[in-house]
Write a protein that binds this ligand. Structure first.
Ligand code: B16
Ligand code: MG
Length: 217
């Protein structure tokens, strides 16, 4: 019997390196408060929804804002981010991802996306990867962001696979927490120290494809 029947992919930081564009856009917002958002700070924003990210930045900058101004900044950040990703193309798909998706597809493994981003569908289209995904769950379809397991549980339900039969590929600590809370197998992509819990950790998808992807399914 196959160990897992479904692969759920995070988007930013796993499929494509849009994390750097989120960082640049948030830096511009933070600079309005003379707050220098560092790459280390940005690590804590990975996988975190737009609203929660802004709340964190304001907290770090020790700034409180009225709702109207808060919403304006959210829109501004997204416009800046959309500007950065306007020319995003297939060359920005992270190494090993296309090969991994093809391998999973050939082995009839169901594939889903579980991203906190409200821009996930635009990005997948730009990367010409949409057709690989049998279900796309993004920030528009969930009430609770990662580390809440809602995103991944909705992905499993849409693909009609039990959570225990799903593998999640994630680059963020909150995403790995969400996968574990959902009782899924969690594969962390990045440096082990960045995560408090995971089942497997690989530096990137190429290393995973070469060393363990086939064994997971
Ligand atoms: P948006 P993921 C997350 O995507 C990003 O990691 C996080 O930095 C971002 O704030 C969040 O999406 C919301 O994105 O502003 O486009 O709705 O990693 O869960 O694919
Ligand atoms: Mg991510």
């Amino acid at each position: 019997m196959k160990k897992h029947l479904c692969a759920l992919f995070d988007l930013d930081g796993v499929v494509v390196d849009t994390a750097k564009y989120h960082y640049l856009a948030w830096r511009e917002i933070a600079s309005k408060f003379d707050f220098d958002l560092t790459e280390k700070d940005n690590e804590q924003l990975k996988g975190v929804s737009r609203i929660e990210s802004l709340k964190l930045i304001l907290e770090w900058a020790n700034v409180s804002l009225e709702k109207e101004k808060f919403n304006l900044l959210l829109a501004e950040k997204n416009n800046t981010y959309l500007g950065y990703i306007e020319t995003l193309g297939t060359e920005e798909i992270l190494p090993g991802i296309k090969e991994g998706l093809l391998q999973l597809q050939e082995n009839k493994i169901k594939i889903g996306l579980g991203s906190a981003s409200k821009n996930a569908k635009i990005i997948l289209d730009k990367l010409e990867l949409t057709s690989f995904f049998g279900a796309i769950i993004d920030g528009n379809q969930v009430e609770k962001g990662k580390p809440n397991p809602e995103i991944f549980l909705k992905g499993a339900a849409a693909l009609q696979v039990a959570p225990e039969k799903c593998v999640v590929f994630e680059d963020s600590a909150v995403g790995i927490q969400a996968a574990k809370t959902a009782k899924m197998t969690a594969v962390a992509l990045g440096i082990p120290d960045s995560f408090s819990q995971y089942d497997y950790c690989y530096t990137d998808f190429t290393t995973l494809t070469a060393n363990g992807l086939a064994q997971l399914f």
